[in-house]
Design a protein around this ligand. Structure first.
Ligand SMILES: NC(=O)c1ccc[n+]([C@@H]2O[C@H](COP(=O)([O-])OP(=O)(O)OC[C@H]3O[C@@H](n4cnc5c(N)ncnc54)[C@H](OP(=O)(O)O)[C@@H]3O)[C@@H](O)[C@H]2O)c1
Length: 301
């Protein structure tokens, strides 16, 4: 049954006293280390509406009810679908809930992600995010670089200066980069302060180890996308063995490993299922032993 606007108004949110995974603070921005990635709430291939719209809205509401204050999205998801779901489920946003978005890519008819990083394209995407999320100011915007295969070297100055300009105008509070090389991270920092880097990283894919350590020293968050392996969720006998020993799921262990990897790692695992969301959140409470960590370290590609 769809909710009526009145039902939304009387909903009571009981926020747990212990934030999932603890919190991370950068300047005036504080989020739970355990967040939620909304990309896969859109339809197949991140295009069009979800198969289960009420289920998607329920996942978003449950995430906030469980105390999560960091929700990752983009107007490119759907396009617009994920942002519209977030707005319908959560607007007006509770105090302390931060919707983090990204710009830098369009969608084409085939579901591809062609780059859109010219100044006018970025300004248009900022407008689209503001409108679809129902916000006057965006808390944190990542400039998404590279392509679907990963980061691509090259100057990002013109694009990042455009976002820095929008930040000066008050439309964006904080900036980050995504799918970036270490050199592009450094180039962004020459233009304006960044609070996060969002790159692909998980138990099996650890190309950013040195970058994570550098960012930790600079109090900059590292937000791994595809923390569970993305479209092909992680599978490994070592992961399953550790999970069985701890009487939990492989996904919860994969997330616990990330939380333990470095204090500046923030999680945005995606799921379209309330049951998976709860299972995954159990990872925030797991403490992996040295033996568990050694077994899991062998998974890296
Ligand atoms: N900056 C970028 O370029 C970029 C790129 C990709 C993604 N992102 C962001 O990163 C976030 C995370 O990435 P992602 O969602 O694509 O990948 P992910 O978090 O690594 O994995 C999500 C997949 O894992 C499955 N899953 C989740 N929990 C599970 C569980 N307990 N048991 C079994 N399967 C489970 C989900 O299926 P179910 O729905 O069935 O649970 C979904 O297919 C995205 O939502 C997006 O916000 C950013």
């Amino acid at each position: 049954m769809p909710r009526t606007p009145n039902e939304r108004l009387i909903r009571v949110t009981v926020v747990p006293t212990t934030p999932p995974g603890g919190t991370w603070t950068s300047g005036d921005l504080t989020v739970t280390r355990f967040g939620y990635g909304a990309m896969q709430l859109a339809g197949s291939g991140v295009m069009g509406p979800p198969a289960d719209r009420d289920g998607a809205l329920a996942v978003l509401r449950e995430a906030v009810d469980l105390g999560i204050t960091h929700i990752d999205t983009s107007a490119a998801y759907g396009p617009f679908v994920t942002n519209q779901l977030i707005r319908e489920a959560l607007h007006p946003y509770s105090d302390g809930v931060h919707i983090v978005t990204k710009v830098g890519a369009n969608r084409d008819e085939q579901g591809g992600w062609p780059p859109a990083r010219q100044p006018d394209e970025l300004r248009r995407q900022i407008e689209e995010n503001l409108e679809t999320l129902g916000l006057d100011v965006l808390d944190l915007v990542n400039l998404r670089l590279g392509d679907a295969a990963g980061p691509v070297a090259g100057s990002i100055a013109e694009s990042f200066e455009t976002l820095a300009d929008l930040q000066r105008q008050g439309v964006i509070r904080h900036l980050g980069v995504s799918n970036a090389t270490a050199e592009q991270v450094a180039e962004a920092q020459q233009i304006a302060p960044i609070v996060c880097v969002q790159n692909m990283y998980n138990l099996a894919h650890r190309h950013d180890d040195r970058l994570i350590d550098r960012l930790a020293r600079e109090n900059i968050a590292y937000v791994p996308f595809f923390p569970l392996g993305g479209f092909s969720p992680l599978q490994s006998s070592a992961l399953s063995t550790v999970a069985a020993r701890l009487n939990t799921t492989p996904m919860a262990v994969a997330l616990a490993w990330l939380l333990q990897r470095s204090p500046n790692i923030l999680l945005i695992p995606g799921t379209s299922s309330v049951a998976h969301l709860r299972e995954n959140l159990a990872g925030a409470a797991i403490v992996l032993s040295a033996a568990d960590l050694a077994a899991l370290d062998g998974i890296a590609e």
